[in-house]
Design a protein around this ligand. Structure first.
Ligand SMILES: Cc1cc2nc3c(=O)[nH]c(=O)nc-3n(C[C@H](O)[C@H](O)[C@H](O)COP(=O)(O)O)c2cc1C
Length: 354
């Protein structure tokens, strides 16, 4: 029994977005004092060389990171690092502030171990996030920034949106992710079409003077042919990796009361589709893959790693698991590696790929 087992029912009695904001404020408070930061780090960080992974020129102390959406405006990067996550991804950040969809727009699926959301890029905008990074600095683990376009942008305006966020935040993160797979933003055009992707990568590559790692985030519902096409374009533009996957619009098989809410499903119901996407991608490219979707334990993280992910991320598993989530997964991963005779995470990456 952990303290979170006691706190969770209270948090879960609040509307999901209110609980999320409450949790983030608590983390904000913890990261505001060096005394509490030291105490949190001592409690939750697992330091083990077997967990270290290096990809696209960045060293990650653990392969277990926080997925985009949890810290949309980069407010708690230090707190998340203190909790033992090996990296964190801020965003999605849009060029200007925008509200996203009206509330309620985030729902728990407790019986399914998932969540459904239709937030649609609520963001404080790139300048606020830049000012925050400039004022507070960044933690001692890698931080990525996930970039997106305004909800009312057409295909041409979206390219300029990506350019603006990229330019505004350029000096700060260790890597960028272009988000072309949010199921909740208006669909005026196909974000994952080859023509659009070529324009996006063409523009960002041109802007990328210092060769910052640039990745792309895909959805879980792509066909093999769609992924083959994507990988060809990724290779053509020297994109550094793929984040797989975003949430799914597939509500099939959900049993929780909130299954009728429209939006993207995350957590356990997404796990298999995300792992399949990781495995397919790993069979198509040697580029780094960040596996995300339904990771909530050492076993589910290890499954993604064996399927070809060199790094994993989670959001929903953290909401259900609480502050000790990263520690539990990091410790458990070391045990799983040992049981299978691997001397590092690196040695286990992709062993299940045919
Ligand atoms: C409430 C919520 C908000 C999210 N916002 C974003 C976002 O802004 N950008 C993004 O790329 N992904 C976003 N995601 C998707 C997550 O990054 C992740 O891809 C997905 O939730 C699957 O991981 P999980 O099963 O561990 O939650 C969001 C997910 C949730 C649950």
């Amino acid at each position: 029994m952990t303290a979170y087992d006691v706190v969770r029912p209270l948090l879960f009695s609040l509307p999901a977005e209110t609980a999320h904001n409450f949790g983030k404020s608590a983390l904000g408070l913890l990261q505001s004092s060096s005394v509490s930061r030291r105490a949190v780090r001592r409690l939750y960080r697992v330091s083990d060389p077997r967990l270290t992974v290096e990809r696209f020129g960045v060293e990650f102390p653990s392969p277990v990171g926080v997925a985009a959406g949890f810290d949309k405006n980069g407010e708690v990067t230090h707190g998340l690092a203190d909790l033992g996550f090996g990296f964190t991804e801020a965003g999605t950040v849009t060029p200007a502030p925008q509200d996203g969809n009206p509330r309620p727009r985030l729902f728990r699926l407790p019986e399914d171990g998932g969540m459904v959301n239709r937030l649609a890029f609520n963001s404080q905008g790139a300048e606020r996030v830049r000012d925050r990074f400039a004022a507070r600095g960044l933690p001692d683990v890698p931080v990525g920034v996930n970039i997106g376009s305004m909800n009312d942008s057409d295909a041409a305006a979206a390219i300029e949106d990506y350019r603006t966020v990229f330019r505004t935040l350029y000096p700060y993160p260790d890597y960028f992710v272009v988000n072309v797979s949010c199921p909740n933003t208006p669909e005026e055009y196909n974000e994952q079409s080859p023509e659009h992707l070529r324009r996006v990568f063409g523009t960002l590559t041109e802007e990328n003077d210092e060769d910052k790692p640039l990745l792309v985030k895909v959805g879980p519902d792509s066909t093999r042919a769609g992924l083959e096409e994507l990988v060809d374009i990724v290779h053509e533009f020297d994109v550094d990796g793929v984040v797989a996957t975003n949430t799914t619009t597939d509500h099939e098989g959900l049993t929780s009361h909130n299954r009728v809410e429209w939006g993207g499903v995350s957590g356990r119901p997404l796990r298999d589709a995300a792992t399949r996407t990781v495995r397919t991608l790993a069979g198509l490219t040697d580029l780094p893959i960040i596996g995300v979707g339904g990771v909530d334990s050492a076993e589910t993280a290890y499954e993604k790693i064996r399927a070809g992910a060199s790094l994993v991320q989670l959001y929903t598993g953290f909401v259900y698991g609480g502050p000790s989530t990263a520690k539990r997964i990091n410790t458990g991963l070391c045990d799983l590696l040992e049981a299978d005779g691997f001397d590092s995470v690196e040695a286990a990456v992709g062993v299940d790929v045919e």
